[in-house]
Design a protein. Structure first.
Length: 261
């Protein structure tokens, strides 16, 4: 194992151990009530108990459906809408102002409307998640398809390549790093959108469960749900980053993370 890789493992581990020790020490020293700040051991107990009882699995399954469905739709429509806007001046003039207006609107404000239009089931949460995930992909698609090397376009045209050849061999490969950057941002926002929608009105999901735990003043339970959400967010981001490395291999994200070495 290289020194750099060892450092990347040991440094966060050391920070985690110190943080837990300071946390435990602060609660013991100042006798902080559990309702305000539970100890890491109490949170771990709530986390293990929730999984043993099957409570977390039931709500996690609902939130996972909302996130994956909403994220998939957001990516699809982000590419489907962004590509015509980037490639056609007419589409940009007609639709881009309305897209910007929708982007500027707080997404939480749309949640009650979605409940009225779609209902209180999982469909309304998927819609909110889709809207939240759509814009990072949309913006990056537009920027990526416009950030191209003009010499490559001229080369394709000199070889009598049509619009499809220009898009396939020049614009799409050039835009791919931007698209995946938008997808990595959207995958975290999708989780945020699903939880926000569950806070507004729902009958299941981790956001709904967190609200119930807060109502019962079960602070260790709330922290345990937060840990689950953090783990999901990190896992989704790492998966999107892994997919980025496999598909857009020429972009070399490793160079960015290693300081350009």
């Amino acid at each position: 194992m290289s020194r750099d890789r060892l450092y990347r493992i040991l440094a966060p581990t050391l920070v985690f151990v110190v943080l837990i020790a300071v946390w435990e020490g602060y609660i013991w020293l100042f006798d902080v009530p559990q309702i305000i700040l539970p100890t890491p051991r109490q949170i771990l107990g709530a986390l293990v108990g929730g999984f043993q009882s099957g409570l977390f699995q039931r709500h996690l399954a609902v939130t996972a459906q909302e996130v994956f469905a909403g994220y998939g739709l957001g990516v699809f429509f982000g590419i489907a809408i962004g590509a015509p806007i980037a490639l056609s001046r007419v589409f940009e003039i007609m639709f881009y102002p309305y897209i910007l207006a929708l982007q500027a609107m707080p997404k939480v404000a749309l949640a009650p409307l979605m409940m009225i239009w779609v209902g209180f089931g999982i469909e309304s949460k998927i819609m909110i998640t889709m809207i939240v995930a759509l814009f990072p992909v949309l913006v990056n698609v537009i920027v990526g398809l416009r950030t191209i090397d003009q010499d490559r376009i001229n080369l394709i045209r000199s070889l009598k390549g049509g619009t499809w050849a220009e898009f396939r061999y020049v614009r799409l490969p050039s835009a791919a790093p931007f698209i995946f950057a938008g997808m990595k941002t959207a995958v975290v926002l999708a989780l945020l959108g699903a939880i926000t929608a569950e806070f507004v009105a729902s009958e299941a999901g981790l956001g709904y469960l967190m609200g119930q735990l807060m109502f019962r003043l079960d602070t260790p339970g709330v922290f345990s749900v937060l840990i689950i959400l953090a783990a999901i967010g990190v896992s989704l981001f790492l998966f999107a980053d892994w997919l980025h490395r496999r598909v857009v291999f020429w972009d070399a994200p490793d160079k960015l993370s290693s300081g350009g070495r």
